[in-house]
Structure formats: C-alpha cells, structure tokens
Design a protein around this ligand. Structure first.
Ligand code: SF4
Length: 475
C-alpha cells in the first residue's frame, strides 16, 4: 500500500499545451490495482487456440476488401539479446552465439513471403517497426537482407514519409550502423537507457556509459533520423528522487523528441530473471510515486507534452500534434500519429491486427521453423472480435487517445447499453477523474494518469473470474 505524508499529498498539477496531467498521490493510492496496458482490446489474455491460420487468412481477405484498401503496418520481432537485463519482461532469447540469428532470419524471410501473398500489392506500408529483443543483434548483412526482401514483397514508401522505426540498444551500435540503418530506410529510433546512474545500471546488469548513449544519439542526429526516443524505467534498485533527478537532467539536456518512462513491475514469480534483483534495494512505493511526480514535473517544465500511458513528446513532435488534433492512435507499437493501419506482425510471439481479428505467432523458435518449413503461417492463437468487443475497443481507444467519448457518435442508447459501466464511473466522477453526462465522457487532469483504471470499467474480460490477473500496476 502506498503511503505519502500529508505535505506530499498536495496534488501536483502541470499544464502542457492545452492538455493537463495531474498526479494526486491519494487517488493513486486508492486506485492502485493491476490492469492491461490496452495496446489491444481484448487483451492478449483473451486470445485462444481455436483461432489459427485459416481464420487469419480469412481476416486478410476481408481486410483487402475494404475500399479504398487501407495502409499497412509491419512489425518484425527479433528476439535475441547478447546479455540479459534483470528487469526484463520481454520475449527474448539470451545468447552470445550470433549464428543463432541465421536460421531465424531465413525463417523470417519465409514468413515475409507467405504474409505478403495475403495482402493486395497496392496497400502502402505507412509504419514499420523492428522490435525485440535487440534488433541490432543481426549482422549488417542480415539487416540489409531483411529490409531488401521487405521492399520486394511489400510497397514501402520511398519518400521517407512513413514511420519506419527500430529499437536500439546503444551498447550494440556505432556510427557506421546508424548510417546503415538510415540507408535501409529507418527514420525513427528508440534507445533503451533506463537510468544513467552506474549503480542502478550495475544492479540491473545493463552497464552502458552516458558517453556511449550520447554519442549514439548524436550519430542519429547526424544521420537525420526524424525522431529519437529514449526509454527510462523508474522503480529500479537503488533509484531515489535524487538519483533519478540527475538522470532526468542528463536526458533533458540530450533533448530526445520522445520519452517513454515505464514503471518497473517486480514480478519474480512470473519473470525468473527478475529474481536476480535484490528486493531490499528496490525503492519503496512512496519513493516510486515521488520519482513519478518529479518526472512529470521536470519533463513538463522542460516543455514535454504528456501524451498518455508513460509517453512524453516535444510539442512539435508528430505525437503531440496528433494529440492536439485528435488523430492519435494506439496499437501494439504504442502511440502513433498515423491513420489506423492493419498490422502484419512477423517473428516468434508477434501479434498482428487484421480486419476485426488479433493473431499471435508461436512462441518457440523450433515450432516457428517447423511450421514455416511446412509452408504454414506460424499463427497459433488469436481472437475475432464480436460487435461488443469492437464497441468497447472504440470506447477504450477514445479514452486513451482523446480523453473523450462522444456517446451519440458511437451509438444511440449508450447509457442504456453501458448501464453497468456508467454506474461504475460515478465514484470516479466523484473523485474528479472524469465528467460523465448525457453526451460524453471527458477525462479530467487527475484521470489522465489513471486512464487504465477508467478503461478497465469498459473491459468485459476483467469480469471473468476464471482468468488470472496477469497485468502490471496502473502506476
Ligand atoms: S536488451 Fe531489452 S529485450 Fe534484451 S534483455 Fe535487455 S530489456 Fe530485455
């Protein structure tokens, strides 16, 4: 349970552009529960194995039938990392053996060809993302091979106008690699930093010098990447308000276009590697909340806009502009300024979103290779959304991306259909998180940091007691 002393309970409010975010520790304490991050609705915990390759192929046919055919987003999962970070909850394979990437890239190329055959040629790829793991575990030759094959199979934009991004571990690249990535067509990078404090880095087994990170950011700028993003994590061992303040000073001075500041969820029962973390060294919940309050304050004072769900961006960044003009989107890759694309996801564990379906690939590399060798798509589970799912997905997306639900625009009789949910919003309204009236639901500044709790009201799947709670805390 989070406990904050009276002096610190004073609500802290900061206004960024036209949008405010407010951290009220008392409210955070009361709404302190686990919940999905809503990169999809239904969450992946609702996927089932009754959905397989045949259902995925049928979804692709329906998606192609849209007129005009919609744009595509491509995701490639590269699962390898040469060392392990002790806080990690990602799907990764830790190995120093670079040869393990060879069969994987070969299989990925097979999947690329199978997937491309399902989608109309004229559909443009507006978004592309390589995630992991560590995508730069691949050699220069493998990266080139994969991107060239992608260009052969799909219609990539050649005007540098798409959002083509890659996650980078600064310890694994140099200026030459950054130049190669730009040449291959990437125009956005996100760097994992987490914390600049050497003591924290050592405790989580991710030692990367400040000079290394700043040098690679400078290289990205020289290569004219459109956007540089940095990931930080609060709640790691040995972090304190003072230590994280120093990290924030350095990050703000480096001026990335975007920042993601994630809450570390310590779940050693679920993620074995987290058992390497000394629990005694973890900051208390009170200290974590102070670190979060400080982060919001410092970033907004430095001119960053709170986009939502741990993300900040400079006012001129596309995400901030999309937040302002109501075109912000959310999918498995986080927030996006692009129109809703169908997402074709490749590699182990990757999750795609086609038509009214989500589909996930197998988790095991052996299984992945076998299915592809047999000429089969490696989809092993998924879900086709019902009309109710689609409606709830839209409400949740509107809450997260716009902080506003126009009831009449969604359906007639919103309050009758959602009578159960509207009743649950009443205490949230009383707590000042939102305003609910006949026309709309509007998220208020104290509700922005607790948006997951508001969305959970509309999540039908959370009512199913038989599903174990497998989510992180909202803050
Ligand atoms: S580099 Fe990323 S994916 Fe790999 S172990 Fe570290 S946090 Fe996990």
């Amino acid at each position: 349970m989070i406990q904050i002393n009276a002096a610190e309970c004073a609500a802290v409010q900061y206004v960024a552009m036209s949008v405010a975010v407010m951290l009220n520790p008392d409210l955070v304490r009361r709404y302190d529960r686990s919940g999905p991050r809503y990169t999809s609705y239904p969450p992946a915990t609702a996927f089932h194995e009754g959905f397989g390759e045949a259902e995925y192929r049928a979804a692709a046919v329906r998606g192609n039938g849209q007129r005009p055919p919609g744009p595509l987003s491509l995701y490639f999962h590269i699962p390898f990392c040469s060392t392990v970070c002790y806080y990690c909850a990602c799907n990764k394979i830790v190995t120093k053996n670079r040869s393990r990437a060879e069969p994987y890239v070969a299989a990925l190329l097979q999947e690329l060809a199978l997937q491309a055959a399902l989608f109309d040629d004229e559909r443009t790829v507006e978004q592309l993302h390589w995630g992991g793991g560590t995508p730069t575990f691949l050699s220069a030759v493998q990266m080139r091979q994969l991107m060239e094959a992608t260009r052969r199979h799909f219609r990539l934009r050649d005007d540098d106008g798409g959002e083509y991004s890659i996650e980078i571990d600064p310890r694994t690249v140099d200026e030459h690699d950054m130049s190669l990535l730009r040449e291959l067509g990437f125009n956005r990078v996100s760097f994992g930093v987490q914390d600049f404090d050497p003591k924290v880095q050592k405790a989580v087994n991710r030692v990367q010098s400040e000079q290394q990170t700043l040098a690679i950011m400078a290289a990205a700028r020289r290569q004219e990447f459109h956007s540089i993003s940095i990931d930080l994590i609060y709640g790691l061992p040995f972090q304190s308000v003072d230590s994280f303040s120093t990290t924030l000073d350095k990050v703000i001075a480096a001026r990335p276009d975007r920042l993601a500041v994630f809450n570390y969820a310590h779940l050693p029962q679920r993620f074995k590697v987290q058992r390497q973390i000394d629990e005694q060294a973890l900051p208390s919940p009170e200290e974590k909340l102070r670190i979060l309050a400080l982060t919001i304050q410092r970033l907004q004072e430095a001119g960053y806009v709170y986009i939502g769900m741990d993300h900040f961006a400079l006012p001129e960044d596309k995400l901030s502009l999309a937040l302002d003009n109501g075109s912000l989107q959310r999918n498995f890759q986080g927030f996006s300024s692009h129109a809703q694309c169908e997402l074709v996801a490749m590699g182990i564990t990757a999750i795609g979103q086609i038509d009214d379906c989500y589909a996930q690939n197998v988790r095991d590399t052996g299984d992945y290779y076998e299915r592809l060798k047999a000429g089969k798509l490696p989809v092993y589970r998924g879900v086709r959304l019902t009309a109710d799912d689609r409606l709830r997905r839209r409400v949740i997306a509107d809450l997260i991306c716009h902080g506003y639900v126009d009831k009449a625009a969604l359906m007639s009789g919103f309050d009758d259909y959602f009578a159960h949910e509207v009743a649950q919003l009443a205490p949230m309204q009383a707590d000042g998180l939102l305003r609910d009236d006949d026309e709309s639901i509007r998220v208020l500044p104290p509700g922005r940091l607790l948006i997951r709790n508001i969305c959970m009201v509309f999540d039908h799947y959370l009512r199913d007691e038989s599903r174990p709670e497998r989510f992180s805390k909202a803050i």
